[in-house]
Design a protein around this ligand. Structure first.
Ligand code: ADP
Ligand code: MG
Length: 236
């Protein structure tokens, strides 16, 4: 579904992404982990088009998107949710999502957008809050709304950057269940997360970054036992 080859991004003297290559298969949940500053967010920003790489190539569904603008990637089915949630606070949950559905893909007819919102609101458990102003939601509901907003663009692959940040452990478990439901609805997921219980519970496969490079990948238990990975976390 996604193929990344030799991706490099430098900020002055810092190489935030250094020859990053990885693949994402349809239907999988892939976690990207690594210590602070490892280059995880940079990688996500390169994938979503907020940053342009200095070198390398990104293919999505068989098409090259290395230099495509973010909105073109969204239209092609590459969706993203943000850690900092910024809904329109006075508008209801339903209205916020309708805006996402109408503008996430160009010239979406209103009837289609309404149907998408109805499905997404059900999937994300927000139906009881449909008429609530977005500014009155709890933190967990905020996270649900942010995932729902991303889903309203009808992604095939969803990119998540630490969307569980700030949640209590019990809430994080609810969010884990929601991400599983999203995958089961047919959306492939690539997520960055620093809460290891979440990674363990959710990821089919884990990619570990350190100093801009991929240093390990495999199932959670294998990478957690990898001496290079342990050293990367201890060394920071
Ligand atoms: P992570 O998400 O794994 O914590 P980041 O991708 O945010 O790591 O950062 C990787 C490295 O790149 C860090 O050293 C960070 O300081 C640097 N960096 C990230 N974004 C910028 C930027 N816009 N300008 C300069 N340096 C940046
Ligand atoms: Mg980050």
């Amino acid at each position: 579904m996604l193929s990344v080859q030799g991706l490099c991004k430098r900020f002055g003297g810092v190489t935030a992404a250094n020859e990053v290559s990885l693949q994402v298969a349809p239907g999988e949940i892939l976690a990207v982990i690594g210590p602070n500053g490892a280059g995880k967010s940079t990688l996500l920003n390169l994938l979503s088009g907020l940053l342009r790489p200095d070198e390398g190539r990104i293919e999505f569904l068989g098409q090259e998107i290395t230099h495509a603008p973010p909105e073109v990637r969204t239209w092609k089915g590459l969706g993203r949710a943000f850690q900092i949630v910024q809904p329109f606070p006075e508008m209801s949950v339903w209205e916020n999502l309708l805006v996402g559905a109408l503008y996430g893909k160009p010239s979406t007819p209103r009837k289609v957008a309404e149907r998408v919102v109805a499905e997404v609101i059900e999937l994300t458990g927000l139906a009881p809050k449909a008429q609530t102003p977005a500014g009155e939601l709890t933190l967990l509901e905020d996270k649900r709304l942010e995932l729902a907003r991303a889903l309203c663009t009808q992604p095939r692959l969803l990119l998540l950057d630490e969307v569980m940040a700030g949640l209590r452990p019990s809430e994080a478990l609810e969010a884990v269940a929601l991400v599983r439901r999203i995958r089961d609805s047919g959306v492939t997921v690539l997520f960055i997360e620093h809460l290891m219980p979440v990674v363990r519970a959710l990821a089919d496969r884990v990619v570990v970054m350190d100093y801009g490079r991929v240093i390990a990948e495999g199932p959670y238990d294998a990478v957690a036992a990898n001496p290079k990975v342990r050293e990367a976390y201890l060394g920071r």
